[in-house]
Structures are given as structure tokens and as C-alpha cells.
Design a binder for this molecule. Structure first.
Ligand code: HPA
Length: 281
């Protein structure tokens, strides 16, 4: 099956399940990064659809990723949450990595907040900080748009001048101020992983003006912009990047820190959602 065929197939399956459960697709999607799954547990009137219920859906194998959609409300705003995502390093082609978001967009999602765990490169970043993503560097990963383009999804050469929506950024900044949270801002770079970087690689990224590094998000943002969906991104600094901290890095630490700040992420998102334009909710 080609990429569009696969998207249409899973779209149909999800649409059928949603119909049977009398669910409608909210305007806003939220993707939860490593360890941040607790945010989904804060949803009111939650309905869960495990990814495994959709035949052919890429299921997450990464620890700290539950692998399900949660439909519900946060602060009264309807949301569809992806509690867990798949990564390129799990062995999926990039077209599969972004497939869940493409399906949500085709079923009516208009804007998406991507969250993730990152290593902090900029000296101003501390473990436990949140960073609003203002731009990204995709240079180190294959484009999710490689291969034949489907005009049904978007343009062959989509513009990436302003990937991260300015109105959504303003809402998230405002939400952080409401919560008295010192929200950092900066540039995110995606590397494929799954290994962490070497100190020399981190110095290279630092010299390029990159503030944080992770293994997701950029390709998702590209696929969403390809489909003309508004995008925002919030990173959680779960560790200082290799060589900036002198301790070896490990995946458990990433999930632990994510879990520790899950409550703050819920507060930030609730406050930010309340500031989204009513017409876009
Ligand atoms: N590097 C890459 N990805 C990450 C890191 C890191 O240090 N921390 C969390 N995700």
C-alpha cells in the first residue's frame, strides 16, 4: 500500500471507532513526549483508543510511551491527546512516524501542540525547565516528505519560514506567565538517535545556534505544516546534553524527569489552551 493508501485506511478505521463511540474530532491535538504521559491522565471525560485497535498503526515501543489516543477536555477545551508517539529510531519509515498526525489532521484537527524531552545545550537551560520552540533544524534527519508527493496532503515544496505559529506561541507565553513559570525559548534540533550525542557533536550543534536536542518533533512539525495545520512545540529539558553535564546520560533519567514535571506541564498547557483563540478551539 502506498503512503496515502495507508493513511486513508487508518483514517477510515479511526473514523469508524469514533462514530461507534459518538466522538467528534477536536480542533486541537496534543502529542506527549517521553515521561510526560501524565498530562493525558488529567483529561476530563476521557475516552481511550489504544493504537493497537487500528490495524497497521505504528505502535510505540519506546519506554515511557503508552501508545493510545485519549479524547477529552483540559480546562474545558476539547483535545485529542497522543499519549506516546513513534520515533524514527524504532525502525519505522518517516512516513509512518508522521502518519498518526496526518490521520488526525485529515479527520479535522486544525492545530497541534508537540511536546518532547530534550537535552539542554544552551548554558541557560536547566534540568526541569520548559522551552517554547521558536524554530527548528531538520538537517540531520530525513524529510518526512521524501518520495512522491500527494497533492491531497499538501504542496511538493511547502514553505517553512514560520513553522511554529505566532499566535500559539503567544498563548503559551501567556499561559507560562499565568503559572509564574520561567519559560525558556529557543531552537530545537532533531537527531535520529537512539544513541545520545558525543560531547563533540554537542559542541557542533552549539556552534550552529541550537539550544536543545531531541529525537522527535521536527519531522512531525514538517508533516503538519505540509497539511497546513498550526503547530506549537514545548520541550522539557530532562538532562543537560553530553559534555555539558559530566555524568553519562540514560533513558531512565529522561523518563523520570519528564514524570516529575508532568504536573507543571499540565498546568502550563491548561493555561495556554485557555488563551487559544475561541474560534480555533
Ligand atoms: N539528546 C537527544 N535526545 C534527548 C536527550 C539528549 O540529551 N534528552 C532527551 N532526549
Amino acid at each position: 500500500m502506498d503512503v496515502l493508501g495507508k493513511i486513508l485506511n487508518i483514517e477510515k478505521q479511526l473514523q469508524d471507532i469514533m462514530q461507534r463511540r459518538s466522538l467528534s474530532m477536536p480542533a486541537t491535538a496534543l502529542v506527549l513526549g517521553s515521561g510526560l504521559g501524565a498530562v493525558a491522565d488529567a483529561l476530563q471525560n476521557a475516552t481511550i483508543i489504544p493504537y493497537g485497535d487500528l490495524a497497521g498503526f505504528p505502535v510505540s515501543t519506546a519506554p515511557g510511551h503508552k501508545g493510545r489516543f485519549v479524547f477529552g477536555t483540559l480546562g474545558g477545551i476539547p483535545l485529542v491527546v497522543m499519549q506516546g508517539r513513534v520515533h524514527y529510531y524504532e525502525g519505522y519509515p518517516m512516513s509512518d512516524v508522521v502518519l498518526p498526525l496526518r490521520v488526525l489532521a485529515r479527520l479535522g484537527v486544525k492545530q497541534c501542540v508537540l511536546t518532547n524531552a530534550v537535552g539542554g545545550i544552551n548554558e541557560g537551560m536547566q534540568v526541569g525547565d520548559f522551552m517554547l520552540i521558536t524554530d527548528h533544524i531538520s538537517t540531520f534527519v530525513p524529510s518526512p516528505l521524501t518520495g512522491p508527493n500527494s497533492e491531497q496532503l499538501g504542496l511538493r515544496f511547502p514553505d517553512m519560514t514560520q513553522v511554529y505559529d505566532l499566535q500559539l506561541q503567544a498563548a503559551i507565553r501567556g499561559g507560562a506567565a499565568d503559572c509564574h513559570l520561567d519559560l525558556k525559548e529557543g531552537v530545537y534540533a532533531q537527531l535520529t538517535g537512539p544513541h545520545f550525542e558525543t560531547p563533540t557533536e554537542i559542541r557542533l550543534l552549539q556552534s550552529l545556534g541550537i539550544d536543545v536536542v531531541g529525537m522527535s518533533t521536527v519531522v512531525e512539525a514538517i508533516a503538519l505544516r505540509h497539511m497546513n495545520i498550526r503547530v506549537a512545540g514545548i520541550s522539557c529539558i530532562t538532562n543537560l546534553a553530553a559534555g555539558i553535564s559530566d555524568t553519562p546520560l540514560c533513558g531512565e533519567e529522561v523518563n523520570q524527569v519528564g514524570a516529575q514535571v508532568g504536573g507543571h506541564m499540565t498546568e502550563l498547557l491548561t493555561a495556554a489552551l485557555g488563551r487559544f483563540e475561541p474560534a480555533n478551539r
